[in-house]
Write a protein that binds this ligand. Structure first.
Ligand code: CUA
Length: 308
């Protein structure tokens, strides 16, 4: 009845799901039972007593029913929240994989530069963090076997993390209607033992890592001309800024995360760093979403962005 449960999160989710089904079912049975019971007892012509119940008794029922419902809801809220909160922190050693969605395919970029389309190979038992964006409309990354789903939005990065704990190939769906071929925007997540994964990985064409590709983009788009060291145009250095707060013109700070870096490339007038003039042109239409993914991978490296 359920898809296979193939992530560490799945059993927690399933317990919660079945508990909700159980409680809802019990309430439905109770209500249907009472309706049937009362319909029979108080059918037309029956001799059942029809006088008023004592007020004290009706109050007790009223208060009891309200309190029971309230406590049940509180309990469910606490339970669902604790399952979510417990699964929220992304382990530090999580494998970071980039996903770029477009009509109608999933493009996957591994940190070592490997690329896949509509397929994602993962090693068993290793926590994974997906950093996702779309190059056109809203899509949604959905793997029922992992019990995870996350919208993938143009112009923004969303994250999804999970730990696969079963070997096999699992369906990947797009769960947001995104146009004509939405229903065909599917793929497979292939979970392999670590040995098989290593074998698969080394059998792939070996190229530059994502960060190295980013370094090439950094030069090709001319970023290094202004941002690296002794340029004529004064632009802030990008070395080691990832994850650190940046002072903004007009006061305040912004943390240089993926979203900030992307905005700074595509919408450079949005966040101007204190002490600099907003002279940078937008790279919208010049840098693709994949270029941006590579640039960010490069800038996240220690010392990335310093080369001329
Ligand atoms: Cu992409 Cu539906």
């Amino acid at each position: 009845m359920m898809p296979p449960a193939a992530s560490t999160y799945a059993p927690h989710f399933d317990t919660l799901f079945w508990m909700l089904v159980g409680i809802s079912g019990a309430i439905v049975l109770l209500v249907v039972g009472l309706i049937l019971g009362f319909s029979i007892t108080y059918r037309r012509g029956s001799k059942a007593p029809r006088g008023r119940l004592p007020t004290r008794f009706t109050h007790e029922i009223e208060i009891g029913w309200t309190a029971a419902t309230f406590l049940t809801f509180l309990f469910l809220f606490w339970w669902a929240a604790s399952v979510e909160v417990a699964s929220a922190p992304v382990p530090r050693d999580a494998m970071e994989i980039h996903v770029v969605a477009k009509q109608w395919m999933w493009k996957i970029e591994h940190p070592n530069g490997q690329r896949e389309i509509d397929a994602l190979h993962l090693p068993l038992g290793v926590p994974v963090k997906l950093v996702m964006t779309s190059q056109d409309v809203i899509h949604s990354f959905y793997v029922p076997a992992f019990r995870v789903k996350q919208d993938v939005l143009p112009g923004r990065y969303t994250e999804l993390s999970f730990t696969p704990d079963k070997v096999g190939t699992f369906h990947l769906f797009c769960a947001e209607y995104c146009g004509t071929d939405h229903s065909r925007m599917t793929g497979g997540v292939v979970v392999m033992t670590r040995a098989d994964y290593a074998r698969w990985s080394s059998a792939q064409p070996q190229g530059d890592t994502l960060a190295d590709q980013g370094k090439a983009v950094f030069r090709r788009l001319g970023c290094s001309g202004c941002h690296a060291g002794s340029a004529l145009v004064r632009a802030p250095s990008l070395a080691n800024i990832y994850g650190k707060p940046q002072p903004m013109q007009g006061g305040g700070f912004k943390v240089a995360d993926e979203g900030y870096l992307r905005d700074s490339i595509m919408l450079p007038q949005k966040d101007v760093v204190a002490g600099y003039t907003p002279v940078m042109p937008s790279y919208q239409g010049i840098a693709s979403e994949e270029d941006v993914v590579r640039l960010i991978a490069y800038l996240k490296q220690p010392g990335g962005g310093a080369e001329k």
